[in-house]
Write a protein that binds this ligand. Structure first.
Ligand code: MAN
Length: 163
């Protein structure tokens, strides 16, 4: 009897977890659901920065000073990018872009909890292009990904409002 009860309890909680997951915003056509659980990273100076899709961003010290949470995924927004071209082609460019918000990361000494805006631009492969810290503990990641491609934004192709 107990075994049967335990089975019902665990199935109920797994069902509830899946219900909550279905209510999360995974973007148009649920495109980010496929990326959930995957991580990509980039080397920058003292740190290695990591983006785990729909999960968290983090900063790992190369000198072994540990791993700092830079925010947990909260929602998908859209914002206008207005950036010049770059020789390597890895620019946010101009036009509407998806921005993934990661908030409430590890507290910053004398400052806010760390947070990250992850700006996406259509590209052929998932790659963290650049990471910057605009103010203390407020980070911006620029990321290329096929998940941001649609009819108006194809890799390497200028859209009308970019011309
Ligand atoms: C660490 C890093 C930096 C941050 C400082 C704030 O060194 O997370 O990015 O600016 O802490 O004290």
């Amino acid at each position: 009897m107990d075994a049967a009860k335990n089975d019902v309890t665990s199935k109920t909680s797994s069902w509830e977890e899946q219900q909550r997951d279905l209510e999360k915003d995974y973007g148009a056509d649920d495109i980010f659901r496929a990326l959930k659980g995957k991580c990509i990273s980039a080397d920058a100076g003292e740190y290695e920065y990591e983006l785990c899709w729909m999960d968290r961003t983090s900063q790992k010290s190369k000198k072994g000073h540990g791993n700092t949470n830079m925010g947990n995924f909260v929602r998908i927004d859209k914002e206008m990018a207005d950036e010049g071209e770059r020789a390597d082609g890895k620019s946010l460019g101009k036009g509407e872009r998806l921005v993934l918000r990661y908030e409430n990361g590890q507290g910053c000494w004398n400052g806010p909890n760390r947070k990250t805006d992850v700006w996406l631009t259509c590209a052929e492969k998932d790659e963290v292009w650049r990471v910057s810290e605009s103010e203390k503990c407020v980070y911006k990641m620029e990321v290329g990904t096929p998940a941001a491609c649609d009819a108006v934004q194809e890799p390497g192709v200028r859209t009308k409002d970019e011309l």
